[in-house]
Design a protein. Structure first.
Length: 378
C-alpha cells in the first residue's frame, strides 16, 4: 500500500494529521469539500478538485473544487463531466502524473475564463471494498515544481483513507434514511388508524345532531363544521399519500408506479389513467427509479392539493437513455408568470440530480402538463 512507500517522517506526520482532520462526523457534502481542501494543502497545490463518479463509472456526477472562489467558478460555467485528462484518470483507475498539461495527448484544453494550469496529479479515491468512489485532481504546486513520486504516494495513501471515511459517512446517511423511513411509516399509520377515525366519529356525531329540531343558524354552523372536517380529512389523506413509504427492494418499478396511480384514485379521489412502456423496470437504474417514483408522488400530490382536477393522465416512457415521465391534469391550471412554488423547484432539482430536467406548462382553466426526465442508467 502507498502508506509503506512514505519514508519521510515529516510527510508521514502530515498524512496522519490530514487523516485526523477528515474524521469528523460531518455531512457528506461537507466531508467531500474537506477532503479536497486537505489533499490540496497536503502537497502544497494551488488548485484541487474531487470528481465523484456517476453510477455508470464513466462520467462525473459531482465536481467539488478548492482554490477558486464562487465568482471564478460561475464564470467557468458547467462543471466537467469527465472528458479529456479527467476522463483518462477515470479510465486508468490508477494515479496519473503530468508535468505539462498542454503536452499530454489526452488534454482537451480549458473552457473560457478557466485559470491556466500546468502540473497535474490525479489519484483514485477507493472505498474500503476497493470500489472507486471518485478521483482527486490536484494542479500546480505553489513552488512551481512538478509533482513528485513522493507527492503521488502521499495523495494515494490519503485517498485510501478518505475512501474509508466516505464509506462510513454513506453508511451513516443510509442508516438515518432507514430510521426516517420507518418513522414516516409509523406517522402515516397513526394518522390513518387513529386521527382519521376520530374525525369520522366527530363528523358522524354532528350529522346525527342535524336530525333533531335545531335552529337554522345552528344548522348552518354544523354544516360548515362538517365541511371543514371533510376538508381536514382530505388534507390528512393527502399528507399520508406524500409521506407513505413502501419496501422498494422487492417491488419492481412498474408495480410501484401502478400502485401509486391506483392509490391516488382510491385514497384521494382523482382518477389516474396510466400508460407505461412494457418491461421498463429492466431498463432503469436503481437511483433513477427511486427519484422517478418520488417525482411522480410529488406531482400527483401537487395536483390533488392545488389543481381541483378529476382526471390525470400519466405516461412513462423510455426515449434513448432518458426516462420520460409525463403527467397532464384537467384542473384549473395556474398563471406561470407568478413564479413556481417550492414543490415545482424540488421537482426540477430532483431531475437535475439524475441528469434530467423538468418542464411545466399551465394555463388558467386548461390544466397543467408536467414533463420530468432522468438518465435511466443512473
Amino acid at each position: 500500500m502507498a502508506y509503506h512507500r512514505i519514508q519521510e517522517p515529516a510527510r508521514l506526520h502530515a498524512l496522519i494529521d490530514a487523516i485526523l482532520l477528515i474524521e469528523a462526523d460531518a455531512s457528506l457534502s461537507t466531508l467531500l469539500l474537506r477532503i479536497v481542501e486537505t489533499a490540496t494543502k497536503l502537497v502544497g497545490a494551488q488548485y484541487g478538485a474531487l470528481g465523484v463518479l456517476a453510477s455508470n463509472g464513466e462520467t462525473l456526477s459531482r465536481f467539488i473544487t478548492y482554490g477558486m472562489d464562487d465568482d471564478q467558478i460561475a464564470l467557468i460555467g458547467e462543471s466537467p463531466q469527465g472528458s479529456g485528462l479527467l476522463g483518462e484518470t477515470i479510465r486508468l483507475a490508477k494515479p496519473l502524473r503530468v508535468d505539462e498539461l498542454s503536452e499530454h495527448e489526452s488534454s482537451s484544453g480549458f473552457p473560457p475564463n478557466h485559470p491556466p494550469m500546468h502540473r497535474f496529479l490525479g489519484v483514485p479515491v477507493k472505498t474500503g471494498t476497493g470500489r472507486i468512489y471518485g478521483n482527486l485532481y490536484l494542479t500546480d504546486p505553489l513552488d512551481g515544481s512538478p509533482f513528485s513520486q513522493s507527492d503521488q504516494d502521499l495523495v494515494e495513501a490519503f485517498g485510501r483513507a478518505a475512501g474509508i471515511v466516505i464509506d462510513q459517512a454513506l453508511l451513516r446517511t443510509h442508516m438515518r434514511e432507514f430510521t426516517l423511513s420507518e418513522e414516516r411509516e409509523r406517522i402515516a399509520r397513526d394518522l390513518h388508524d387513529t386521527v382519521i377515525q376520530r374525525l369520522f366519529g366527530v363528523g358522524l356525531s354532528l350529522q346525527l345532531s342535524l336530525s333533531g329540531q335545531i335552529e337554522d343558524s345552528v344548522r348552518e354552523r354544523i354544516d360548515k363544521s362538517l365541511d371543514d372536517l371533510n376538508e381536514t380529512i382530505h388534507e390528512i389523506r393527502t399528507t399520508i399519500f406524500e409521506i407513505d413509504q413502501e419496501d422498494e427492494q422487492e417491488i419492481s418499478l412498474e408495480r410501484r408506479i401502478s400502485a401509486l396511480t391506483v392509490e391516488v384514485g382510491s385514497r384521494l379521489g382523482v382518477y389516474a389513467h396510466l400508460v407505461m412502456a412494457p418491461g421498463i423496470s429492466d431498463d432503469v437504474g436503481v437511483r433513477c427509479a427511486q427519484h422517478a417514483l418520488q417525482a411522480l408522488r410529488e406531482i400527483l400530490s401537487n395536483i390533488v392539493r392545488h389543481s381541483q382536477a378529476s382526471i390525470v393522465d400519466v405516461n412513462v416512457a423510455i426515449e434513448g437513455n432518458m426516462l420520460v415521465l409525463t403527467v397532464k391534469d384537467n384542473g384549473v391550471g395556474f398563471n406561470q408568470t407568478s413564479g413556481s412554488g417550492s414543490g415545482l423547484r424540488n421537482l426540477a432539482s430532483r431531475a437535475r440530480d439524475v441528469g434530467g430536467e423538468c418542464s411545466i406548462s399551465s394555463e388558467l382553466g386548461r390544466g397543467t402538463l408536467v414533463q420530468w426526465t432522468a438518465n435511466r442508467l443512473d
